[in-house]
Design a binder for this molecule. Structure first.
Ligand code: PYC
Length: 315
């Protein structure tokens, strides 16, 4: 186990934290970012736990490990992880990475390519914390799936790839309001259990491990809808969840409700807003562009003492 110190920068994007390891990470042996992420998951899971769980982290923490890209013309590679697992892509995280690199003087405002395990994404860096991410192509995998959710009855939703796998539910379950957070979390956990019981944890090779519930916006002047997103590990996304917004764009397009070039303003449970736009229709889906803003909140050096009983986090 390499327990060398790591330098990190913490930011948040619309309230959702991103902890980027900017130096001192383990040697992952090169290759594609997906291959490096797999080595990290296999050999260095203690570091994911150390960075994302207490006492250094907390359940909502999302970590990002900068690494060498294998794709040409990429500014960097990055893969993301949370309190439970690695995730293929993370839009709020890419916005946090863009702001982190700008803060460090490692990137200039403009357009950059970043390699992630889900594919290469393009990020437009504004220079004031704002960034727009052209995410991986997103598509509906199954529309109108009805689950029998104990305590809630029949719940119908769509299974969608947006860089992560989502079960999207509109207008069912608890009202999408901050006051209902505990109930929304219980509902999301029950939906995941029903999905597993129905054999829908993996669909077309995609792990469906996020639940996204939609309701009306708090302020229709500012947003078209408000969402609640339950991530793997059962923390809720403090931001509107960029991969979840990508999934929503794919659904809206499939339903004929949003065309190429049109925008959708998605508020999260804290009413921070990501603006989603369909850049192009793709085979079976859409190419989504998601815009949001990150703020740097700390720079730190984490040290790891092998005698620390909680070196690998609590839980
Ligand atoms: O913004 O894509 C996102 C995201 C995924 C998980 C947490 N945030």
């Amino acid at each position: 186990m390499n327990a060398d110190p790591v330098e990190i920068i913490d930011s948040h994007t619309g309230g959702e934290p991103t902890r980027v390891v900017v130096s001192g990470g383990p040697d992952l042996g090169g290759g594609t970012v997906a291959e490096q992420a797999a080595v990290f998951a296999r050999d260095h899971d203690w570091l994911r736990r150390a960075l994302c769980l207490e006492p250094r982290g907390h359940d909502a923490m999302v970590g990002g490990m900068l690494c060498e890209p294998s794709e040409p013309d990429c500014l960097c590679g990055v893969f993301f992880f949370n309190n439970a697992t690695l995730i293929p892509m993370c839009v709020h995280g890419v916005i946090g990475v863009a702001e982190t690199l700008r803060h460090l003087g490692r990137s200039a405002p403009g357009c950059h390519r970043i390699e992630t395990p889900a594919g290469v994404v393009e990020v437009e860096v504004d220079g004031d914390g704002g960034a727009g991410v052209t995410n991986v192509p997103s598509r509906v995998l199954r529309a109108g799936v009805t689950l029998d959710v104990p305590g809630w009855g029949a719940v119908t939703g769509d299974i969608v790839w947006g860089g992560n796998g989502f079960f999207l539910i509109d207008g069912q379950g608890p009202g999408v309001e901050f006051a209902n957070l505990a109930e929304l979390t219980r509902f999301g956990i029950a939906v995941k259990a029903a999905q597993a019981a129905a054999g829908l944890e993996v669909v077309d090779g995609v792990r469906i491990d996020h639940v996204e519930v939609f309701g009306p916006p708090g302020d229709p002047e500012k947003a078209d809808s408000r969402n609640f997103v339950l991530c793997p590990g059962n923390a809720y996304d403090r931001s509107p969840c960029g991969t979840g917004v990508s999934a929503k764009l794919a659904c809206l397009h499939a339903a004929g409700r949003l065309g190429v070039g049109e925008t959708w303003r998605q508020a999260g449970i804290l009413d921070s807003v990501f603006e989603g736009r369909i850049v192009a229709a793709t085979e079976g889906g859409v190419l989504p562009h998601i815009r949001g803003r990150a703020w740097i909140i700390s720079e730190a050096r984490h040290v790891f003492d092998p005698t620390d009983p909680f070196l690998g986090g609590i839980g």
